[in-house]
Every structure is written in C-alpha cells, then in structure tokens.
Design a protein around this ligand. Structure first.
Ligand code: SAH
Length: 420
C-alpha cells in the first residue's frame, strides 16, 4: 500500500478566529478625553468613557462622538485593557477594512523605503501608535516578518492584517508574537500562542543585516521580536567612538553594540549579560562577521553574570575599559517603579564609571517609557558628579527613523554619550 507521500495541508492557524463583528459600539467621552482625541492622541482610557452603547468584545470597532454627536474617532475596543480604545482614525470617519489596513501599511513601508540601501534588512516596519496602528508592531528580518500584538483587540483583524501585508509588504513568511499582557488572555486567543507561524514556514533563526553587519535572530522565542532594532543608530555612534578603545558592553543581549565596537576598531570587547543563550548568540554573531578584519582581530570575551555584581567585582579587581555601554532592560514596568528605576540608573552610572579609565567614553541608555528624558539625563549627570567624574556630554539621542515618535508616550528610548 502506498502511504501518503504528500504532506498534509497545514491547517490555517487563524481559521478558528471569528471575523470582526459588523456592529459598532458608540461611545461618549469626558471633555478631557475629547481634547486628547482632537489633538490626535491614540489612546482612550476606560475612565474617559461616560457612555457606552452595546456590550463590547475585544476587536469590536468603537466610534467616539462628542456631545453634539459629531464624529471624533474610531478605534479598536478592548474590554480588558485600561487603554479601552486604541484609535485607528481621528476626525474623519473611515471604513476600517483590509483596504484601509493595506493603505496604512503601505505608508509605513514607504517611510522606511531607503533603509535597505544602508545595508539594513532588519528593521521595524510598523511601530504601533507611531504609525497609526496602535498596539501593532511589525518587524522585518530579511524576508520574514514578525507581527507582534500588544492588544487582544487585533486578533479578529489578524487575517485581514495578513492579507493586507501580502499586498503592501510581501514576505516569505510571518511569525506571530504576543505581548505578555495578551498571553495572559487565553479566552481571547482562540488557541493561538506566542511564537506561531501564520504564513509560510519561517525558520527558527534568520540572518539579517544591520548597517551591513550580519546578525541572527530567534523570531519565535527571542526578546522583543528577536533583536533590539531600536538601537541601530546608537550602535553606529558606538562604532565611531570605538577605535583603539577597550570596550565593555553591559546588558549585551546578542552582542549588537559589541559587534559595532569591534568593527569600529576596539581591540578588546567584553559582552556582559545574565543570559547564557543571549551570550551564545553574541558569539555566533561574531562568527557571522569574521570576514571583517577588525571583527576577526578584536578579542571578544563573554561574561555571564549579574551586571551590578560583575561591575563591582571588576572595579575591585582593577579591570578598566576605555568605552563602557550600559543598556539595561526596561526598569519601570509601572508608574510606582519609576523612583526605583532612577535609583538603578544612578547606581549603574556609578558602577560603570568605576571601571572606566579617566577620559574614557560612557554610553548610558534607558528604554523605560515611564522614565522621561529630562529625569533620566539629570539622574545620570548627578550620579557621575557624585562619583567625582562629571560628564562631558557628547550627544543625547533617541530612536532611529524606523521608530518614529508621533505621540509623547512613544519617546521611550534615551541615550547619553559622554566622556568622563
Ligand atoms: N543592548 C542590547 C539589548 C539589551 S536588552 C542590544 O543592543 O541588543 C537587556 C538585556 O539585559 C537582556 O539581554 C537581559 O538578559 C539582560 N539582563 C537583564 N537583567 C540583567 C542583570 N541583572 N544582569 C545582567 N544582564 C541582565
């Protein structure tokens, strides 16, 4: 008997998700919420809603009216999120459908059109709110896209997003990632889980380029969507600073800053991270670039340790560097953690200066959205002054162009370049 030699057709993982409801919810909101929406803010918080007609499910379209029943905005309703409606369109009514999504995605792609010319095939294609698609992030890694949802409201729209992507940003495959908040809502996921291929069969690990350096990313399990794409421009600045400088990359993850430092001429690069898999990836990323003479000749050392402990131990042991980069994970997950985060930035500044040669360069980064730029920069300066190493600032930077900032909360990334 011949057994089936043809692979069984794979069931579409989106097949079990119901289509978005036809009906629309009608909302009235407080005067403060009206003002925010008129200014184009993408979020309507639960406490801003005064009247809700209908019983909304995640992904329902909600239309917001002012007190004269004039249209203010339309967005996606999410009953389980404090951001109750994520606004898709302000001021003029629109039919939200596949064609509307395709147009938005096309505009986002257009904004990044020149990036591949810079030797960059890994970059953010859709940056959520900042590209008019709140709660939706899409990153490109060579020919594979990663779609990451920060609200369960996107699930009923996922088949439309996939079809719209096919027209606006054709790709070889798509991996779906879910934020931690969304993963906690199994009732809204229709059996889908974090790290699912929803188009094609993308491999576990893809190789992409950033400013012509080669990197691998684990799209199914890696942090964020596999790589910290937002640091691209800051890494390029590090490359400019690195010639002849022994470099320490604290919170190195897969070695992004380390590779740029090596290509920029650092004779020695230490990648320090608590995660063994991250450091293993950093080592493979060095191997991927061994055709570059400066990378091949740099001595790359992996150090798996807690950053705070390791910095103190290196200071004790008299180990010193000429360039230190500190890029910790987000340290304030909620508003009441902001003070603790600022204390941690202060401690890290002091610890980093403890291993920095006089006249060396320091790069301090913060990706905590709740820590504002003025507070972060002031904290780093104060800690340095207290350590007796006042900083001479070279530069303050934020995001690369594929991470546009179109509303205040979108400006999460801050970096300070200085010598001390
Ligand atoms: N600089 C990186 C991104 C850093 S993400 C890049 O450009 O790609 C934050 C990293 O900090 C993660 O890799 C995480 O494993 C690591 N980390 C978190 N807490 C840590 C700690 N206490 N000590 C050392 N590493 C830590």
């Amino acid at each position: 008997m011949a057994t089936a030699s043809v692979a069984p057709a794979r069931r579409d993982p989106l097949a079990g998700i119901p289509r978005p409801a036809e009906r629309r919810l009608a909302l009235r909101v407080t005067p403060a919420a009206q003002r925010a929406l008129r200014q184009g803010h993408p979020w309507l918080f639960a406490q801003g809603i005064t009247d809700l007609r209908g019983d909304g499910k995640a992904g329902d379209l909600a239309v917001v009216f002012d007190e004269y029943r004039r249209f203010l905005a339309i967005g996606l309703y999410d009953p389980a999120s404090p951001i109750r409606v994520r606004i898709l369109q302000h001021a003029t009514p629109a039919t939200i459908d596949r064609a509307w999504l395709r147009d938005r995605l096309g505009e986002a792609a257009e904004w990044r059109a020149t990036l591949p010319e810079t030797g960059t095939t890994g970059y953010r294609v859709v940056h959520g709110e900042n590209d008019g698609l709140p709660g939706l992030v899409i990153d490109r890694y060579d020919t594979t896209l990663v779609v990451k949802l920060y609200s369960a409201a996107w699930l009923p729209w996922l088949a439309d997003v996939r079809a719209a992507l096919d027209e606006a940003i054709p790709a070889g495959g798509i991996v779906l990632r879910l934020s931690r908040d969304v993963q906690r809502r199994p009732e809204a996921l229709y059996g889908l889980s974090d790290g699912t291929a929803i188009a094609g069969s993308p491999p576990d690990t893809v190789i992409f380029t950033e400013n012509s350096l080669r990197f691998e990313a684990d799209l199914y399990r890696g942090q964020k969507t596999g790589f910290f794409l937002d640091q691209r421009d800051n890494r390029a600045r590090v490359e400019q600073l690195a010639a002849g400088r022994r470099t320490l990359n604290v919170f190195a993850y897969s070695g992004g800053f380390s590779l740029y430092a090596a290509r920029g001429g650092a004779p020695e690069v230490v990648s320090l991270d608590a995660s063994a898999p991250a450091l293993a990836a950093a080592e493979r990323n060095f191997a991927l670039n061994s055709h570059i003479p400066a990378v091949a000749s740099a001595r790359h050392e992996l150090l798996q340790a807690d950053a705070f402990d390791a910095l103190a131990a290196m200071q004790q042991a008299g180990r010193r560097f000429d360039l230190v980069i500190v890029d910790p994970p987000s340290l304030a997950g909620s508003q009441n953690q902001v003070d603790g985060a600022l204390q941690a930035y202060s401690r890290l500044t002091g610890l980093a200066l403890g291993v920095l040669e006089p006249g060396g360069a320091l790069v301090m980064c913060s990706c905590s959205a709740r820590v504002g730029a003025p507070a972060f920069f002031a904290t780093v300066h104060r800690a340095a002054a207290q350590a007796g190493r006042p900083l001479n600032e070279l530069d303050r930077t934020g995001h690369a162009i594929d991470h546009p900032v179109r509303f205040p909360e979108g400006a999460y990334l801050k970096a300070l370049f200085a010598t001390a």
